[in-house]
Design a protein around this ligand. Structure first.
Ligand code: AKB
Length: 318
């Protein structure tokens, strides 16, 4: 086994697994999660990666080159269980960093997030290096994780790579527990012809990205020659930025009777502290990152993907 994905059932893990299998072959990809989806899945291990002995046993059994740690408790859910979120988000990373230091694998991908920024961070075109004062447990854990990643690179030469994902929009697997999940929910409601109540304020702009771009960024960064990677904490990464009202309007182009009302809750307090847009010029320079999906391309990909696979009855005015 060459590639190992922890959190393979999640929103990003699911699609990353498909891509890595396609690219490197089924036999080269090992997947792990805390829940088993398919009893017949031979390339899957049921694993609680917070258990360092259980994690070590996987590395002793399989020969692994690259690890993708895609398991985390996201921002909104983390606020409901701060100690557990801290434990889960930090302990798996720490367990892996130690195994990497011992030479049990070569390269580690671990995603950070726009949640590392906080209320005093410049909101427009947030720079790579700037004020970082996150006030959520998730954001604090991501910022601490970034520092640990760089530490293991500097002190032990471990090949660690990371991007700060914005909100990720996808249809194959739903996100769970994030602040940006509203953007995915809106599509499901639109296709079911149900009105949607949005928990984020209509004009709250947030950086977002279609899943194909997120997977492409992940793979490009992992492919890049080590010498060209100048950031070992985490790279800023951007594609589009929009408000809930702009997304509503973009969906309404294809679902004209779609209705949204706005009842902001505690997740709006989180969103308010995150950037409106991100300057990702360092990633674009260092490993030739470029996004492909703008707002309209993303909306069309979401609506057609969901219609084909989940809501075949839904009519779209393309
Ligand atoms: C969340 O909303 O918690 C995540 C993120 C931006 O990291 N989608």
């Amino acid at each position: 086994m060459k590639k190992f994905i922890i959190g393979s059932n999640g929103q990003i893990g699911t699609e990353l697994r498909l891509l890595l299998e396609k690219r490197f072959g089924y036999e080269q990809v090992l997947a792990a999660d805390i829940v088993r989806n398919d009893e017949a899945d031979k390339r899957f291990v049921l694993l609680d990666a917070t258990d360092s002995d259980a994690l070590r046993a996987v590395f002793e059994r399989y020969r692994i080159d690259d690890v993708y740690l895609m398991a985390a408790i996201l921002s909104a859910r983390a606020e409901q269980m701060p100690r557990k979120a801290w434990h889960v988000n930090m302990s798996i990373l720490h367990n892996l960093l130690e195994l990497g230091r011992e030479g049990l694998f070569h390269k580690l991908f671990w995603p950070s997030s726009i949640a590392v920024f906080g209320p005093h961070t410049p909101k427009e075109n947030t720079p790579q290096f700037t004020v970082m004062d996150p006030d959520t447990v998730y954001g604090i854990s991501k910022l601490a994780g970034e520092r640990w990643m760089e530490y293991y690179y500097e002190k032990y030469g471990l090949d660690v790579r990371s991007v700060r994902y914005p909100g990720i929009i996808s249809w194959k697997t739903r996100p769970g527990g994030g602040t940006t999940d509203y953007a995915v929910e809106m599509f499901h409601y639109a296709l079911r012809r149900e009105p949607y109540t949005c928990y984020i304020a209509p004009d709250e702009r947030l950086p977002m990205m279609y899943i194909d771009d997120a997977i492409d960024a992940t793979v490009r960064l992992m492919d890049a020659p080590a010498a060209g990677i100048n950031i070992r904490s985490s790279y800023n990464l951007a594609a589009v930025s929009f408000t809930p009202r702009e997304l509503e309007a973009a969906i309404r182009r294809y679902v004209p009777d779609f209705q949204v009302d706005y009842v902001p809750d505690f997740r709006q307090d989180i969103a308010r502290t995150w950037p409106d847009s991100i300057d990702d010029s360092t990633a674009r320079r260092d490993w030739q990152w470029e996004h492909r999906y703008d707002l309209d391309a993303m909306v069309r990909a979401m609506l057609t993907g969901l219609q084909k696979n989940l809501y075949p009855e839904a009519e779209l005015s393309f």
